[in-house]
Design a protein around this ligand. Structure first.
Ligand code: ADP
Ligand code: F6P
Length: 330
């Protein structure tokens, strides 16, 4: 063990939905730990793998050739039973038996709750925000968001070609669970005419569709040859919407749901670099004796928060960004 480190062995797990850049984070955690004289254990399949002792000594070969790969080489899983204290205690005992005295959890806010519970059981734990949805309030960046937005943007560019050629309207549904960040970003990046997000939806679907119909007719009159609508998963109903919009406008309308392609693919440079920085920082926090922390990125800086505080924070889409998206779509 390094003389200066508060931990001897760091375990790493990925939990919840996979996100591109998780491998860069795993690599950074392992290599920084080794540099600091700390041993590393990989835990497969999230909390479920921890409970099943799917734990192995990580060596340098494991972290080779992974920075450019999407997904997570540690696999990921959801584990309902981990929400019960009995299993959290069991997991902490397993960590102690395996000599794991520091843990890095890479996942979304559900995974953070698990990390918090393990910290309460005496395992020093630091969490990293890994989700394509960007729906974690304490941070302006989450691992995988940038790649997902770029994948969606490229797909929408392709859909635009056929939409223009056939002078159609296209509704493209993107992921994000209850958050509209992916929709807003890929919508602006791909020059969409309309972007619909849960954060700015009052629940009145007929009103929303009437507004879209007006928008299509207005832009057609201005000479537009296509009309791209980006619809967030949290709004959904893209196929039904397409039918009703076609009936209301007389413009042929097609819906495409992009789905899991947004979770995969080689991570962008941004996801690789930010994930690398966050992975290294997690290790240095653990080596300094920190626990129950989550790493975020805010106002141009990497920063760490108490997990409880982080889970209590709130955030919203930038109103100016939402407004200009509409101006630029005209
Ligand atoms: P994400 O981490 O992407 O938000 P989930 O919400 O599915 O994904 O959470 C991932 C896993 O984290 C869950 O399957 C469970 O094992 C663990 N988890 C979620 N909520 C809690 C909780 N309240 N207490 C303990 N563990 C939790
Ligand atoms: O959280 C990432 C995400 O891809 C969401 O955008 C989506 O709602 C959800 O996961 C899908 O989850 P699953 O992999 O369980 O289908």
């Amino acid at each position: 063990m390094s003389k200066t480190s508060a931990v001897d062995t760091i375990g790493i797990l990925t939990s919840g939905g996979d996100a591109s850049g998780m491998n860069a984070a795993i690599r950074a955690v392992a290599r920084t730990a080794w540099d600091r004289g700390v041993k590393v254990k990989g835990i497969k399949r999230g909390y479920s793998g921890l409970l099943n002792r799917e734990i192995f000594d990580m060596d340098r070969t494991f972290t080779g050739d992974i920075i450019s790969r999407g997904g997570t080489v540690l696999f990921t899983a959801r584990c309902e039973e981990f929400k019960q204290e009995e299993y959290q205690k069991k997991a902490a005992d397993i960590c102690r038996e395996e000599g794991i005295d520091g843990l890095v959890v890479i996942g979304g806010d559900g995974s953070f709750r698990g990390a918090q519970k393990l910290a309460a059981q005496g395992i020093n734990t630091v969490a990293l925000p890994g989700t394509i949805d960007l729906d974690i309030p304490c941070t302006e960046y989450t691992i995988g968001f940038d790649t997902a937005v770029n994948v969606a943007m490229e797909a929408i560019d392709k859909i635009r070609d056929t939409s223009t050629s056939h002078e159609r309207c296209s509704i493209v549904e993107v992921m994000g669970r209850n958050a509209g960040y992916i929709a807003l970003w890929c919508g602006i990046a791909a020059g969409a005419e309309d972007i619909i997000i849960p954060e700015r939806f009052d629940g009145n679907r007929p009103k929303l569709e009437a507004k879209l119909i007006d928008s299509i007719l207005e832009k057609k009159a201005l000479g537009k040859k296509h009309h791209l609508i980006i619809n967030a998963e949290g709004i959904g109903h893209s196929y039904g919407m397409a039918k009703r919009i076609e009936q209301g406008t007389g413009v042929e309308t097609r819906a495409t749901i992009l789905g899991y392609m947004q979770r995969g693919g080689s991570p962008t440079a941004k996801d690789r670099v930010y994930a690398s920085y966050m992975g290294a920082l997690a290790v240095d926090l653990l080596c300094a004796g920190a626990t129950n922390r989550v790493v975020g990125y805010r106002n141009g800086q990497y920063i760490d928060y108490d997990i409880e505080d982080a889970l209590g924070m709130q955030k919203d889409v930038d109103e100016y960004e939402f407004q200009i998206a509409q101006v630029l779509g005209r």
